[in-house]
Design a binder for this molecule. Structure first.
Ligand code: ADP
Ligand code: MG
Length: 230
């Protein structure tokens, strides 16, 4: 992880947002569960990537996301297309992106469509005074509507992990009830612990934003990640 960060900062002395490939590599160092994310620099690569995902047994359709440096809110900018089931749908979506976003678009990523669950956000932010904070909250489209978050200074203790989950108003959606199994809480705790380790290892880590992390009884999976270095 340190080598990856040093290499990035040597090439970008002012820091900034990592590209999709470096983002995936850094998350992998901490076993943070990003869904399969294939970089596709052009239309043909995107079609092949989606075909590859189908061949790997991802029966669900594909997701295509246009990428350009410093993008903020992809879905608001019309850069996310879900539910692409065929080569033609992937190709048409890529062409629509090219037409809409033009030359600023550096390429796209292809992901398998994840199964639905509770959409959470998890991440790291820097507090000017206290240093890195690990954050957990309600994610997806509800992020701005209901500001439901818990935050703790890194490094997190073992006791912080369930405490952060319990602190959310969303907690009843996660802990289950009769006829409704709980989400995989140990997997969610591992995400928080991984973020904590990442924040303490890497002083250059300015911001990590995993949103959504989709929490389900059979595991948790992040489908959108952004990392900024300073
Ligand atoms: P942004 O947050 O930049 O708008 P996202 O990549 O988070 O873009 O996509 C927006 C929404 O689309 C997500 O909150 C999620 O609900 C849905 N989504 C994105 N990627 C996937 C995926 N691979 N599988 C299922 N749903 C997805
Ligand atoms: Mg997102």
């Amino acid at each position: 992880a340190r080598r990856l960060v040093d290499r990035y900062l040597a090439a970008h002395p002012d820091g900034g947002w990592l590209d999709p490939t470096a983002t995936a590599d850094l998350l992998d160092c901490y076993r943070l569960p990003l869904t399969t994310t294939v970089w596709a620099p052009d239309e043909h690569s995107a079609v092949l990537a989606a075909r590859g995902l189908r061949a790997l047994g991802h029966r669900n359709s594909a997701v295509l996301k246009a990428y350009w440096p410093d993008q903020v809110h992809k879905s608001a900018a019309g850069a996310v297309r879900t539910g692409l089931g065929t080569d033609r749908e992937v190709r048409d979506a890529y062409r629509e992106f090219t037409a809409a976003h033009g030359s600023r678009m550096a390429g796209a990523v292809v992901q398998p469509m994840a199964a639905p669950g509770v959409e959470l956000l998890a991440g790291v932010v820097q507090d000017e005074v206290f240093g890195p904070l690990v954050v957990l909250g309600l994610g997806g489209t509800a992020t701005e509507l209901l500001d439901d978050r818990a935050a703790r200074l890194a490094p997190l203790t073992q006791a912080d992990l369930p405490a952060m989950v319990a602190e959310l108003r969303t907690a009843p959606l996660l802990s289950g009830r009769p006829g409704n199994p709980p989400v995989d809480l140990p997997a969610l705790h591992r995400v928080l612990a991984g973020l904590s380790r990442m924040a303490t290892d890497l002083p250059q880590l300015a911001e990590v934003d995993l949103n959504p992390v989709i929490a389900r009884p059979d595991g948790v999976l992040c489908v959108d990640a952004r990392i900024r270095l300073e």
